[in-house]
Write a protein that binds this ligand. Structure first.
Ligand code: COA
Length: 432
């Protein structure tokens, strides 16, 4: 029997189920550096991509050609004007870039075919010349003008993985060379991707010699402002990760492509094997203030009437206001959550009064509030969190990763209140 299959236990398969709703239907842009395409680990990376596809994650591949163009330049004795498409591309370099590109794309095509995945090399990028920068004519180097998201989404919907070369075409169909890091980020913007993953020869991003596994975008920005924090090879990734996260891609990974199952481990384990650059997803959530008391009361009252939420008087909201958090858009309060800690069992917290205004539901706000509550509870020393729900228990189960439990999981004081309220809520729990 295949050793990898014999190592999988039925319990592992159950664990996999947790990941299905987590990334279902999301788009990941995976950018493969030219050196990685030539790496013997490429088939494993593409196998990991097959795993992502099997979990209904939409994948688009962008690739670089740095290594391929360097080799062609040496083989043919042609000097290149710039290696990565960020500087000037003269006609001889453009010619090598086109050849390097078809070779790199072909290698991906071949390896994807061996993995049993369908793919297509696309002409989905419209480009315009970079032009003259600080007196330097960039000749045939281009920037991204437009990405044909409709075309790419159409391919993905047909179960075809689009492969995007670092080559674009201007309005007249003339070819331009594009930097692949820039292209990956622009593609992720156009497709509203939730992740961009740079698969590189780097272990991740190092700051002042120390490898960072998790990097908040604020720190990345300040380190980029201090010239010299990043090695040359990592600088372009760092700069484009900053642009990406600031532009709304919530997570950008810089990943070591030499690791056997690195891509799957980076996406699905908390430890990760590269560097994750992340933005502040929770910036619209703030601790409630006394001035929010009546707004929270009115916001949630409709759900109380429908028995989705337990009744809370103005006084009871007031007494717990320090544990309420609210979600605001342009100063309007559109969601809230209450995080309760139990004195008798400090390791247990409860998520309460989770509510999102009906006009704003199904935009990820409810799960953001729930995830935020879990993070806060963890920060406050809890290792598990409860949720009691009458009608939205499957939201907690399938979207937020809770599992059903019974009344014995409730701390004593909560058990008594539960019995008195007699709402027959389902009891759910999540380990933090
Ligand atoms: C439950 C609630 C907080 C979800 O908020 P939301 O902002 O719509 O949630 P998100 O956008 O993060 O998640 C949406 C996903 O959750 C799913 N979802 C929402 N309610 C669900 C439910 N009752 N059962 C199963 N899934 C549900 C949706 O199908 C959606 O999935 P999709 O993106 O595939 O369409 C919101 O519906 C609400 O305020 N309900 C009334 C109050 C309530 O019952 N609160 C919970 C008790 S404490």
């Amino acid at each position: 029997m295949d050793e990898t299959i014999s190592n999988i236990t039925p319990a592992d398969l159950r664990g996999i189920l947790n990941y299905v709703p987590r990334f279902l239907g999301q788009t990941f842009v995976i950018s493969l550096d030219g050196s990685i395409i030539d790496n013997e680990n490429l088939p494993n990376i593409l196998l990991d991509i097959a795993v992502l596809r099997s979990l209904q994650i939409k994948v688009v591949i962008v690739h670089g050609i740095g290594k391929q163009i360097e080799e062609l330049s040496t083989d043919r004795g042609i000097q290149i004007s710039n290696i990565d498409g960020s500087g000037p591309t003269d006609p001889a370099t453009l010619d090598l870039a086109i050849r390097a590109s078809s070779r790199a794309s072909h290698q991906i095509l071949e390896a994807l075919t061996q993995t049993g995945l369908k793919c297509a090399i696309t002409n989905s990028v419209r480009s315009t010349p970079i032009g003259v920068l600080k007196g330097v004519d960039h000749q045939r180097s281009g920037k991204v003008d437009r990405i044909d998201a409709e075309f790419l989404n159409h391919l993905v919907a047909q179960n075809i993985i689009p492969i995007i070369q670092p080559i674009g075409f201007d309005r007249n169909g003339h070819t331009l060379r594009i930097n692949s890091d820039l292209l990956a980020i622009e593609t992720a913007f156009a497709l509203k991707a939730t992740k961009a993953i740079f698969v590189t020869e780097l272990e991740g991003l190092q700051i002042d010699g120390e490898l960072k596994r998790q990097l908040p975008v604020g720190i990345l920005e300040s380190k980029l402002a201090d010239n010299g924090s990043f090695e040359d090879k990592a600088l372009s990734k760092a700069q484009h990760a900053l642009t990406g996260v600031k532009g709304g891609i919530s997570r950008i990974h810089i990943l070591d492509g030499n690791i056997h199952d690195g891509l799957v481990r980076e996406v699905f384990s908390n430890e990760g094997v590269g560097t994750l650059v992340y933005g502040n997803e929770y910036q619209q959530i703030r601790q409630a203030q006394r001035s929010d008391i009546t707004r929270i009361y009115h916001l949630t009252s409709g759900s109380v009437e429908k028995d989705e939420l337990a009744r809370r008087s103005i006084e009871s909201i007031e007494s717990e206001i320090g544990n309420f958090y609210v979600y605001e858009i342009d100063g309007n309060l559109i969601g809230c959550v209450l995080i309760s800690q139990f004195k008798e069992t400090p390791g247990t917290a409860e998520i309460n009064a989770l509510f999102v205004h009906s006009l704003h539901q199904r935009q990820g706000i409810g799960s953001k509030l729930a995830n935020f509550a879990c993070l806060k509870a963890l920060e406050n020393g809890s290792n598990q969190i409860l949720a009691l729900s009458t009608q939205n228990f499957s939201f907690f189960q399938s979207v937020c990763g809770f599992r059903e439990t019974d009344i014995n999981a409730l701390p004593e004081s909560r058990r008594q209140a539960y019995q008195q309220q007699n709402r027959q809520s389902k009891i759910l729990i999540k380990d933090l």
